[in-house]
Write a protein that binds this ligand. Structure first.
Ligand code: AMP
Length: 181
């Protein structure tokens, strides 16, 4: 059975075929972010299990993870940590290579962004293969973070990202799933 939030999300997320390349169905959350009621419901549902969990920091993955993560951090009275593509952060960083569909890229976070033992919630808009989130998990753990969970609005279950993160011992929470890529 589909929940009312799932229906709201299915209506609010825009699907753009063949973007950024042929064969990809791009799940565009700008329409969700622009819908005040749907945006609030999404954030409320993402934070619900963590209200009393003592999360110290929300780590958001560039760029859509910044928008969701900022709202979640505010609601949980937690700090926010940006995880960015290489070369964008001004202070000392730690860096990790991560796999994309074709090839590798690198992401960074500031060395002093989390403290040993900090409870951290990782946030992005969508999990596909899980390569991006896996890179973020490695960075956060390198700096001693205790990753409570990884949260995404959208799951593309056929691409196996959830299993990849769960194999690393990271619980995964998603709000709606779409078939295909
Ligand atoms: P992955 O590393 O394969 O899990 O890919 C996840 C990252 O790529 C997230 O930051 C998503 O925003 C983006 N992404 C991957 N596939 C899509 C898609 N079909 N629609 C929108 N964003 C996507």
């Amino acid at each position: 059975m589909t929940s009312s939030l799932e229906n709201t999300l299915l209506d609010a997320i825009r699907n753009i075929p063949d973007y950024p390349k042929p064969g990809i169905m791009f799940r565009d959350i700008t329409t969700l972010l622009g819908n005040a009621a749907a945006f609030r419901q999404t954030i409320d549902e993402l934070v619900r299990p963590y209200a009393t969990s003592g999360v110290a920091k929300i780590a958001g993955i560039e760029a859509r993870g910044f928008i969701l993560g900022g709202a979640i951090a505010h609601q949980l009275s937690a700090g926010f940590v940006p995880i960015r593509k290489k070369g964008k952060l001004p202070h000392e960083t730690v860096r990790v290579a991560y796999s994309l569909e074709y090839g590798l890229d690198e992401m960074e976070m500031h060395k002093d962004a989390v403290e040993q033992g900090d409870k951290v919630l990782l946030v992005d808009d969508l999990i596909a293969t899980g390569g991006t989130a896996e890179g973020a998990v490695k960075l956060l753990r390198q700096m001693g973070a205790d990753i409570v969970a990884a949260c995404f609005v959208i799951d593309l279950p056929e691409l196996g990202g959830r299993e990849k993160l769960e194999a690393l011992g990271v619980p995964v929470r998603t709000l709606v799933a779409f078939q295909g890529h």
